[in-house]
Design a protein. Sequence first.
Length: 137
Amino acid sequence: MKYWLLKSEPDVWSIDQQIKAGSKGANWDGVRNYQAANNLKSMKKGDLCFFYHSNIGKEIVGIVEVIKTAFIDPIDKKKKFVAVKVRFKSKLQTPVTLENIKKNKHLSHLALIKQSRLSVMPVDYKSWKIINNMSKI
């Protein structure tokens, strides 16, 4: 299993909308950056992803699970980009803010900090555990 972070502007697609999508999940679509798209292509069924509210909030608010691997993004008219389908797993007890992530020296290598515009990024297991622990404070 691998771990990821998915960014969404909460006024476009929020964790609450993801929850309402239920067990059938929802497409994670609209990704038009090649590096982010390649990360989507690398996802496997069962991989877990942090759900990050970008722009408004700037915090990790929940966890979703990949339930369908990469397929042609149905909203991409040129059929060049992919989407995955994700299902809500859990909300974090306490959202983990970007500010607090930046304060933790063990997380300074994350793409969330180094490549702040990237919308889909891998998260190593150690960082996954640290962030999960931060959410339980």
